[in-house]
Design a protein around this ligand. Structure first.
Ligand code: PEP
Length: 254
């Protein structure tokens, strides 16, 4: 299985010209990699123009969110159909920054069901806001996964990507970064939930699980080598093409 490294640019950069420069710098490196699939998720307004710059299947585009309806009177929303028409192939769903604005598990599930009606891959973000010694965070993450995947067929479950993102480890202001061992423990539990849903551990193993939370060129190796994950969702470090391509090159070698 190829490593999956995803850039989440969030609400950056301010100009389309800058977005095109950043994508070109990433694409130059990413398009030559054999063992890594790179996905750049810019703000929606840049998807169409960046779509013209995609040159290989090794470096593609994703959206940062999608609405569940296809079209109609939903001011400000963008549907999976529209995203698919821009040539994007992935959609981030359930990011903690969207959940913080009121998105519920139920809405996350509706979005996933809608996204899966297209040849799009949902990147489902789950993760606890706090950790405690009693392992409550594991129950919390398991619950989020079950809710997110509720009502999906087994075939649909096998088309998703799960991003484990402990919220306390996200962003430049994070007090500390999750360790590969802490990541591994949760990922093992996510695999158990997937095995329950899919009815066998081999199928569960084919669903990519990636890690997100302050990943940079210094930390990626640890997660890929010891975190039991197949890739990473990268926020602030993906805004610096030099740092991001460093991550890609390390992932290529592991
Ligand atoms: C994210 O928000 O998905 C993320 C992983 O951000 P950062 O890398 O900045 O922690």
């Amino acid at each position: 299985m190829k490593k999956l490294i995803i850039a989440n640019w969030k609400m950056n950069p301010l100009k389309g010209s800058e977005a095109r420069k950043m994508f070109a710098a990433i694409n130059t490196v990413a398009s030559k990699l054999k063992n890594v699939e790179t996905v750049v998720c810019p703000p929606l307004v840049y998807l169409e123009s960046l779509g013209e710059k995609v040159t290989t299947r090794s470096c593609v585009l994703g959206a940062q969110d999608a609405f569940w309806e296809h079209a109609g009177p939903y001011t400000g929303q963008v549907s999976p159909d529209m995203i698919f028409n821009t040539k994007a192939r992935y959609v981030i769903v359930g990011h903690s920054e969207v959940r913080k604005l009121g998105e519920t598990d139920e809405l996350v599930n509706k979005k996933i069901q809608s996204i899966l009606q297209f040849p799009l891959i949902p990147i489902i973000c789950v993760g606890e806001t706090v950790r405690d010694a009693d392992g409550e965070h594991i129950k919390f993450v398991k619950h989020q996964i079950k809710q997110a995947l509720g009502g999906l067929t087994q075939e649909q479950v096998m088309r998703v990507v799960i991003a484990y993102e402990p919220v306390w480890s996200i962003g430049v202001k994070a007090k500390r970064v999750c360790t590969p061992a802490e990541c591994r423990e949760v990922v093992q539990n996510i695999r158990h939930v997937l095995a329950d849903i899919l009815g066998d551990t081999d199928s569960a193993r084919t669903v990519p699980i990636i890690y997100g939370g302050s990943v940079d060129g210094g930390g990626i190796e640890g997660f890929l080598a010891d975190g039991l994950v197949q890739g990473a969702l990268v926020g602030h470090a993906s805004l610096d093409p030099k740092e991001f391509t460093k991550i890609l090159k390390i992932a290529e070698k592991i």
